[in-house]
Design a protein around this ligand. Structure first.
Ligand SMILES: Cc1ncc(COP(=O)(O)O)c(C=O)c1O
Length: 401
């Protein structure tokens, strides 16, 4: 695979890395990143092909194994995250699954936080146990439960912070210390915070996974994902052979879209955080809303930790309507500006009813244990004027009475 270790050429600051990082110009000296929409590459001789396959030459072979546009995306994201290695993937789930499955085998043990996106939860609790891999779930905010679960040898720890959709914030540094004591590699799904607000590798985690479909694209155009890490042995012993032979690779076209998304990500995420805080404050005063969950509000149970770890509250606000699904469905239908969609991190504000969509595959008991009640909705706050979003929520609340 053409995955190189990324070392910043200059001590560029974040904004510069997002615009310039990874840019490799072709002989045409184009301004914008070139899109190498090609599946393969040609060889001048059979000997050259033989050397490429032996790994004796540093060149592109086949886009499943590496592509120049994908490499630019990987380098730019690695520079942002401060990671030595990045592998682009076809989707966020491809990143999460590859990061876990490539390192475990039958008899291994995974410890994970319980509050997870539905598909991550499915992989850990339904899919992997079929192959003899045990998953132990803990309440992610309770360090006593982590300590207890990690008192036995463990291969991998997986967590999401903030979690989807209940925005639980987990102490990544403390969990990483406990995990390393048990011999585990820590994988953090950093989708909700994004690399703009939180860098789990700096907090002690070993691997970061992203759905690039979310804030990295942030404009609702493509699917994508990424895995970032510093340990070269994790690449050579686990990810490299897994990717080479199973092929969950990122398409060059999607990588190009994501490269352009990275250029504006900091501006978008910062502004979306401003908007989300205003929306959360508005919702907190509404009588039809019995609970507002936003890490940026002092009322959030892990507010101080969130401020320490992320600096800001993030771009998502979750809240519960009094009256359960009977109130939530008419409320969603009454919205005129905010769209009903399960995606998030988009410039457009999007609202989801997790019970019937993203968390539908979870058992009802597990959902309720996590606080995912039928009245709960998750709002991904976009880049519209905050006042327009608030006025839309206000008129929808008035309409449901
Ligand atoms: C926290 C989290 N992780 C992973 C994913 C999966 O990403 P993708 O849809 O790009 O496969 C999602 C998607 O919603 C998510 O919210």
């Amino acid at each position: 695979m053409n995955i190189m270790s990324v070392k910043p050429k200059k001590a560029w600051r974040k904004a510069t890395r997002l615009v310039r990082g990874g840019l490799t110009r072709s002989g045409f000296e184009e301004t914008s990143e070139a899109l190498f929409l090609t599946s393969g590459f040609v060889y001048g001789s059979p000997q050259e092909a033989e050397e490429a396959f032996k790994g004796d030459s540093n060149r592109y072979i086949y886009s499943r194994l590496g592509n120049p546009t994908v490499a630019m995306f990987e380098e730019r994201l690695a520079l942002l995250e401060g990671a030595a290695f990045c592998i682009g993937t076809a989707s966020g789930m491809a990143a999460m699954y590859a990061a876990i499955i490539s390192q475990v085998r039958a008899g291994d043990r995974i410890v994970a936080s319980r509050a997870l996106f539905g598909s991550c939860s499915y992989i850990l609790t339904d899919h992997l146990p079929r192959y003899g891999i045990e998953t132990v779930l803990v309440d992610g905010t309770d360090l006593t439960q982590w300590r207890h679960a990690l008192s036995r040898p463990t291969t991998c720890v997986f967590l999401e912070s903030p979690s989807n959709p209940t925005l639980e914030v987990i102490d990544i540094a403390a969990v990483s210390r406990l995990a390393h004591g048990a011999g585990a590699r820590v994988v953090v799904d950093n989708v909700f915070a994004s690399a703009i607000l939180q860098n789990p590798l700096d907090l002690g985690a070993d691997v970061v996974v992203y759905s690039a479909t979310k804030h990295i694209d942030g404009q609702g155009r493509t699917m994508g994902g990424a895995i970032l890490f510093n340990d070269e042995a994790f690449l050579s012993d686990h990810l490299e052979p897994f990717f080479r032979h199973t092929g969950p690779s990122l398409s060059p076209f999607n990588a190009w879209v994501l490269l352009k998304g990275l250029e504006t990500m900091e501006l978008r995420v910062e502004k979306q955080c401003d908007n989300a805080l205003r929306v959360a404050e508005f919702l907190s005063d509404q009588p039809r809303i019995c609970k507002v969950i936003y890490p940026g509000l002092a009322s959030h149970p892990q507010h101080e930790l969130a401020m320490r770890q992320m600096g800001r509250g993030g771009t998502l606000v979750t809240f519960e309507l009094d009256g359960g699904q009977k109130a939530a469905f008419p409320f969603l239908e009454a919205l005129e500006l905010v769209d009903i969609s399960n995606n998030l991190g988009d410039t457009k504000s999007l609202i989801t009813h997790p019970t019937t969509t993203t968390q539908q595959s979870m058992a009802e008991e597990a959902r309720l244990h996590l606080g995912i009640t039928p009245g709960l909705v998750r709002l991904s706050v976009g880049l519209e004027d905050a006042q327009d979003i608030i006025e839309d929520l206000e008129q929808a609340l008035l309409r449901i009475g």
